[in-house]
Design a protein around this ligand. Sequence first.
Ligand code: PAF
Length: 328
Amino acid sequence: MSMFRRSFIATCAGTALALSAGAVMAAGKEVKLGYALPQTSHYGAGANGWSQAIEKSLGGKFSFKQFPASALGGERELIEGLQLGTVEAAIVSTGALSNFVNEVGVVDIPFLFRDTAHARAVLDGKFGQDLLAKFQQRGLVALAWGEQGFRHLTNNKHAVKSVADMKGLKIRVTENPVHITAFRTLGASPTPMSWPEVISALQQGTIDGQENPISVLASTKLWEVQKHLTLTAHVYAPVVFIMSPSFWGGLSDAEKAAFTQGAKSGAAASRAFVDAVEKKGVEEAKSHGMQVVDKVDQAAFRTALEPAYQQYAKKFGQKTLDTIANVK
Ligand code: PAF
């Protein structure tokens, strides 16, 4: 081999080595980020927003590795993973959260928020930020409120048009005492279940229905396993961007500020995704043959829930409920 050819090969090999070392360095410290739904969902939008913001502000020092679609387990396991430090970051619904941070259950009360703007104002204002601070005492670092939208009811038995139609329906609910009380009070038979079990339970008919926002319905193609959709909008569903305290403890103040700001960007991306999917998701469900009841008498649902509201007021304090109602 000529000198030239040997030195050319050596240069190429050296460059390749430097490039691959560079790629490893650019990959940065790994941050495992888990969530329940596909990467094409509002959770994925939030995760991408968070990850891109960190990439931009901290220049490749950290790199998010996403685990969508419950790859790290159900939401309860994910939260436990954060507490143990086996997972660095997660985006979770409030479904299982109130078992860890009791006070958070207040946001799960049916018809608590007048509309999306009210919910966002409460969560982004003093009340919501004080609530995030409470996570610290339970071994969790909560950084921002993202969104899923308002939850609606689906089932395979019949069209639900009124409270009376709820009677006896076996509805999967999250492992959330506030939701369980609400569905029991409405006459349904609530079955708490972790999300990864839901689709097969619907297929097998061990439950009749479930309740989730349009964002979840569309990203999981729930029309494949559910016939009826009723736009009950019975409860607003936020999500929380959370980090593990052991990872958080190793960050500098500037890095903590960047992760917090990044979570806020991710949260905004999840809300933008929900705004878009809310408009087209119902039409998509109809086009796949779902029977849709567009509206229910929400006042009648609220009246039927009166015994539950008395329990919630005792649990969370009427003052807390009034504080939320008074946010403009
Ligand atoms: O119903 C639930 O458990 C949640 O809304 C879901 C679908 C896991 C998204 O967080």
